[in-house]
Design a protein around this ligand. Sequence first.
Ligand SMILES: NC(=O)CC[C@H](N)C(=O)O
Length: 236
Amino acid sequence: MSIAPKALLLKFPGTNCDAETALALQEVGFETQVLPSALLEPESLEGIQLVVFSGGFSYGDYVMSGRFAKLTAKEKLGDGLKKYVEKGGYALGICNGFQILTQMGLLPEGSLIHNTSGRFICRWAGLKKNAQSPYLSELPDEFELPVAHAEGRFVGMDDVAGDYVKNGQAALLYDADVNGSSHQIAGLQDETGRVFGLMPHPERFMIKQHHYDADWTGAEHGWGHYLFKSVRAAIG
Ligand SMILES: NC(=O)CC[C@H](N)C(=O)O
């Protein structure tokens, strides 16, 4: 039996999806550690295969979601996370984590700003795979996950978002306009494919019973299970 890969979940003040994300990762075979950002240091990344930025409201979403978490991560790690990825490490950002990774410059350039409705949205969203990704390999072309965010509208300068759809960096799209996101972008990957960020919450759809339809029979597990399983398989 292979040794379980290690996932490190960073917890900033206001991160609130780390516990269920850790459980989700354990379910597909990861060993997990939740680390408060105050204790983060460059050595924390040693021996880690997957760094996870979970969902939540880091630093109360003041100024802009993810802004202060990005400053903390930069202060604690410098370019350590970039180097970790260059050496083959994986990094996943879910919702607030996607906002943080975007601000850290680890994903294609752009910003996640307030939804066009100006409101926090909490609902299920239909999704479409737009490219191959180590995080999506075990998922069908179309699936659904819950979303819960106020600042989920991805925008880029000029029509860079259109380029991301064409070149596959926008690996995940909504199947309809959910929040005003340019080209209905729901998730992005970097050039290596090892860094992936998405607004929807895979950890909230791990089992059939999480689905709003009590009779849902789409798959054996919830779709979120297959996202975590995909990256587990990619890491080997
Ligand atoms: N669920 C979340 O991670 C929320 C993300 C962020 N705080 C927002 O509202 O946009």
